[in-house]
Write a protein that binds this ligand. Structure first.
Ligand code: HEM
Length: 446
């Protein structure tokens, strides 16, 4: 399947699942494995029998560039790093960061004013990247990127393309001085420079803040009392920059795209925002009263899950859906496919946020919808991302309406993450939130 998978991984997995059912055998180059689409089997691999699985060798490509950080490490190292970082993502800590998220969203709203006035298209994918990068850098690293601010997003794009395309390659040309490899090395150097800048600045001005960066820098090994090595610290900061910025920005980009294609849903969202917020900026407590907003975001991540697919490798033989999974074989879990299976989703390709209403979700198996993964390796930043995306959409959708540039091809591109292959140029129109009708003046005759 290697050439077909290289051309169209999402299509190959989707067709396999539709044609052959819950467990589909794949041979991809030298590797063998199963695509799993029964939520019970997904639960088994990611959660119930997670100890029997490591992230698959496909992550080696990511490891080559990210090193062994929280996203890519295993066993004791993973557990230690997860324990160090976890407190930064407790609900209370994350809700306390809502102010930073809201402020960044308002800055973006102000930045868009001239674009709206000129009616010129804006690359919304790039805008969202900038916005979520600002949030991660400010909220978790308490930093700014100094001279790297203007180059880092382009560097990520190059790295994502390089690593994403090489996922399925056998790596024969990895070390060659080709144009592609040189471009990748240059992008890596930019990222390394940015991360070093953040760490050096914090060392120069030690702050008494208790953000994620402080936690990483002050953590001490329980047995040896030693701090993380500089290299491990670098790896973790890079991991959080990548994992925190890229996926969240794509969730937002696809949300804007889907809203522009579904004017009725957009209208309903605007009505909810106008009625609840009455033109003021949203704050964290408002989110509990904006159910449709949350459903829109859940539905966008169903259709375009930013982490579109992941995989595991069995450490020992296992049994799945009545089949033997031998040691060393892979298990593919592909949210893009799970999220569109007709068995769990009526009219699966339609954008229908209300399918996430409590009534319509009640009978759906939990593991049929896993944009943040599941089990011990579930995304550490899921609350952070959900609060951030809701605040950003609520802020910007009050002030603007985004229209996809006519005839633009918004084809998804499954790299490490699911990017829009040709970007997402959109026209930004200003809108005035409808004010709640004010109370009629009291009748003076009474
Ligand atoms: C919409 C936004 C996001 C999506 C869709 C997403 C998705 C995911 C998924 C699917 C995984 C598990 C991958 C696997 O099992 O192989 C994961 C892991 C991870 N995510 Fe996220 N993520 C998002 C936002 C964030 C944010 C905001 C952060 C941090 C600020 C973050 C940090 C991480 C880290 C560190 C891991 C590795 C956790 C571990 O293995 O212990 N993510 N994410």
């Amino acid at each position: 399947m290697l050439p077909a998978i290289r051309r169209d991984p999402v299509g190959v997995f989707m067709r396999g699942a539709l044609r052959f059912g819950d467990v589909v055998y794949f041979r991809i180059g030298p590797r063998r494995g199963y695509l799993l689409t029964n939520p019970e089997d997904v639960r088994h691999v990611l959660q119930d029998n997670a100890r029997n699985y490591h992230k698959s060798p496909l992550y080696d490509k990511l490891r080559l560039f990210l090193g062994n950080g929280l996203l890519t490490s295993e066993d004791d190292l993973w557990l230690r790093q997860r324990r160090i970082a976890q407190p930064a993502f407790h609900r209370q800590r994350v809700t306390a960061l809502a102010g930073v998220m809201g402020e960044a969203a308002r800055d973006a709203a102000a930045r868009w004013r001239p674009f709206a006035a000129a009616g010129q298209p804006v690359d919304v994918d790039e805008e969202m990247m900038r916005l979520t990068r600002t949030v991660v850098v400010r909220a978790l690293l308490g930093a700014d990127l100094g001279p790297f601010t203007s180059t880092i997003d382009q560097a990520w794009a190059i790295v994502n393309q390089h690593v994403g395309e090489s996922f399925w390659s056998l790596g024969f040309t990895d070390g060659w001085p080709t144009h592609r490899n040189r471009r990748f090395q240059a992008a890596r150097a930019v990222l390394r420079g940015a991360v070093d800048h953040v760490i050096t600045e914090r060392r120069r001005n030690p702050s008494d803040s208790d953000d994620l960066l402080s936690m990483l820098m002050s953590a001490r090994d329980e047995e040896t009392g030693e701090a993380m090595t500089d290299e491990q610290l670098r790896v973790e900061v890079t991991t959080f920059l990548l994992a925190g910025q890229e996926t969240t920005s794509l969730a937002l980009t696809w949300t804007w795209y889907l809203l522009s294609q579904n004017p009725r849903a957009r209208q309903r969202l605007e009505d909810e925002l106008d009625a609840m917020l009455d033109g003021r900026p949203p704050e964290y407590p408002d989110l509990a009263h904006l159910p449709y907003l949350r459903m829109v975001i859940d539905e966008a991540m169903r259709l375009y899950p930013p982490a579109w697919g992941f995989s595991r490798q069995a450490l020992a033989d296992d049994r799945l859906g009545g089949f033997q999974l031998p040691r060393g074989w892979l298990a593919f879990v592909i949210p893009y496919v799970l999220h569109r299976l007709p068995a769990f989703w009526t009219d699966p390709d339609a954008f229908d946020p209300e399918r996430f209403s409590p009534e319509r979700s009640a009978d759906r198996p939990k593991f049929a919808y896993i944009p943040f993964g599941a089990g011990p390796r579930q995304c550490i930043g899921n609350q952070f991302a959900l609060i951030e995306t809701q605040l950003i959409v609520a802020t910007l959708a009050q002030a603007y309406r985004l229209q996809l540039v006519p005839r633009h091809n918004a084809e998804p591109w499954p790299l490490i993450t699911l990017r829009p292959r040709y970007g997402m140029p959109m026209i930004i129109e200003r809108r005035t939130p409808a004010r709640r009708p004010s109370q009629p003046p009291a009748d003076p005759r009474r």
